[in-house]
Write a protein that binds this ligand. Sequence first.
Ligand SMILES: [Zn+2]
Length: 765
Amino acid sequence: MEFEMENGRRAIGELCAKIEERGRRTLLSFPDFIDLAVAFPERIFRNIFQMFYDMMHSYIDLGVDEYPDDPESIKYVPYDCSRLLEEGTDRPFFGDRLFVNRLMEHISSFRRGIRQNRIYIFEGPHGCGKSTFLNNVLMKFEKYSETDEGASYETVWRLNRKLLGNGTDQTAQLLVEQLRNIVDRSAGEFKPPESAPAEFAGKQWLEIACPSHDSPLLLIPKAYRKDFFEALIADRSFKHKLFSHKQYEWVFKDSPCTICQSLYHALLDILDSPSKVFEMVFARRTLFNRRLGTGISVFNPGDRPDRMNIVSDDHIQNQLNTLLMDSNRVRYLYSRYANTNNGIYAVMDIKDHNKERFGNLHGIISEGVHKVDSIEENVNSLFFALMNPEDRENISDTQSFADRITYVKIPYVLDYNTEIKIYKNIFGNQIQKYFLPRVLENFAKIIISSRLNPQSTAMAEWIPDPGHYRNYCDRNLLLLKMDIYAGVIPAWLSEEDRKNFTAKKRRKIIAESESEGDRGFTGRDSIRMFNEFYQAYMKKDKPITMAMLNIYFKKHCCAEGPVAPDFFDALSALYDYTILQEVKEALYDYNEENISRQIQNYLFAVNFEIGQTQKCHYTNEELKITEELFDAIEGKVLGNRSPAEKRKAFRKEAQNIYASKTLAREILIEGKHVTQTGLYQSLHDRYVHNLKENVLDPFLKNDNFRGAVKDYMTESFKTYDKRIREDVSLLMGNLRARFGYSENSAKEVCLYVIDNGLAKKFTEQ
Ligand SMILES: [Zn+2]
C-alpha cells in the first residue's frame, strides 16, 4: 500500500514537472523581454495584423507557378491551403484558387501597414462554407499562437508591496480607502468591505494583467522610443524596416491602455525612479482562446448582448487604491472590447443580436477608440464578420461606415479542381478510377458553368470572335474562362489571342469572378447530383464516359436549366479534341536526343556548300553536306509537300540568323549553348509540333491498326506484325503513364478516336 502511494506521488510529481515545462505563461522580467525583442525582433515587434499575416503565411504554401516566365503574369498563383483549412479540422474547407488569391491580396495589406480601421465581411450564399472557413482559420490562429513562431506578449504588472513602501502596517490605511470608496458611490448602495485586506496581506505583490493585452514595448515612453530602439536593435535589416516601413508606425505612435498608463505614472511618482517602475513590469505570452473568450471573441446571432459592457473589479480596485494610497490615480475600468484589443473580434452572420453588435462597432472601427465612462479606450482589433448577400439590408443603416467595410466574396466554388477535391473528400479518392480520364473534370465543369455569368464583357474584349473556337469552346467562352480561373492557358488558343492576353485583361477577367458563384447549382446540389450520378453509373469493369455524363445532365437540365444547351456540345467537342491530342502525344516516339542532334547538325550545315564534308562542332559528327540532309529537317518543319524554293529561302534565312545572331551574339558573347539559342528553340518547336500533328496519319491508313488496338493484351495480338505491335504497345503504355488511363480505358479511348474520325474532324478546320 505504502509502495503504491509512493508511486502515485512520484507520478504526479513528474506530471507537474512536465506541465511546468509546457507552461508558456511564465512571467518574463522586462529586461528579459527586451532581450527577446533583440533576439527575435520580427516576432516581438508585431501587432495583431502583422501576426495574422505571419500566421496565414506559415500555414499556406505557395504552389508552383505554371507559367513562371510569362511576362504578363498577374501572379494568380496556386496556393496550397490544406494545412490551414483542411488538416486537423472537424470539417475541411476547400477554398478555390480565386477565393484564396483574393484573400491573400487582402491579407497582404496587413503588412503593408495601412491603418487597419476596418471590418472584413466574408459575403457568400448559403452553403458556401463561410463559417467553416472562419472557424478553421480561427482554430489555426489559436494553434499558431501556441507555437514559438506565433508567440505574442502582453504586459503584466507586479506591484511589489515592499518597494511601494507600504509594507506591514497598512490595515488602517486600507480601511480609510475603503470607507472613502463606499462614500464615493453615488448610488449610495452599501457594500461591505471586500475580503481584500486579508488576502492581500499574505502576498508579496499584486499582479495586474493589462486587460487590453498591450505589448510591454508600449510602456517605453513615446518620447524615448526612437532612441531606445535605435540603440537596442542589432539586426540592421530589421532596424531599417522598423524605422521606415509604415507597418511599424504603431511602435512609435501607439499608447498603452489607460490602466497601464496611469499605473506607470502613479508608480513613477511614488518610486521616483523609472528603473524601479520597470522592475514591476513583466511580460507573458498572450493567450488566444476562443472558448475562454480571451484574445478571440466570436459572437453568434443568438448570443444575447452582455448587460454590462463596462468591466470593473472592486477587489482589484481596492487593492490598487491601497497600494498607491490614492483612489483616483488608477481606475481599473475597461470595456469588453479591450479583451480583443490586439486580438480578433468576429461576428458570425449579421442578423438578430449581431445586427446591434455590428452597429455598435461603428465608432470603434472608424476611430479606433471607444469611450468607457470618461476614459478613452484604444481598440485595435481584427474585425471579421460573415454575411449572406440577402442580409445586406441589415447593415443598410450603417451607411456611415460603409467605407470602413471590406467585402471579401466567398461564392460557390468556381475552380473545377477544387470542385473535384470536394467530391473526393466526401466520396473518397477512389472515385477517380471509375471515370475515364477527364470525365470527372467535365462533371465539375458542368456544375461550375451553371454558376458563371453567361455573358462576360472582359472575355468579349479579349476575344471578340468566339466563333473561331467553335470546335473547342462554347459560344460564351465559359470553358475558356473556367480554365483561366483554374490557372490554365489552354493550348488550343491561337498565337494571336495568347499574345493579346495581357495582364490588364487577365485582371479584368479574374475580377469578374466576384460577381459570380452566387447562382446555379449550390454546393449542396452538386454533392447530391454527384452522388446520384455516381451510384447510377459506377461499374467495376466499365469506366464512366462522356456519353453517360451527357445523358445524366440532359435529364436534369432541360431547356431552361442552369446550363446552356450549347455548353454540353462544346464540352464534348473539347473532350474529343483533348483526347485526340493525348493519343497523338502518346503515339509520338519522343526521341529528344535524336531530334536535337538533327537540328544541331542542320544549323551547322547551313553554313557550307553542298558536296563538302565537315565535322559538326556541336555533335562531333562527320557531316556530308547533301540536299537530303537539309530535306530531312525542312520537310519536318515546313511540311513534306513544301516546294523547293520555299525550302531554299528558309535555309538562307536560317543561315543569316545563325551568322548574325545565333553565333555572333548568343553563342560567342552571351555564352549560350547552341540548344539554348532562339533559332534552335524555334526550329525545335516547329519540328516537334509537326511531328505530333501528323503522327496518326500513317496509322489511320493501316487497316490492321484498329484491329491491333482492339486485340491488345489478348492472344490474337501476337498475330500482328512486329512493327505495329511495337507502335500499339508504345501508344498504350504512354496513355497509361502520361494521361492516367488504365489498360481498358486506353483501348476504349483509342477506338473512340478512330471510330469517330476525330483526326479528320480536327484537321479539316
Ligand atoms: Zn494596458
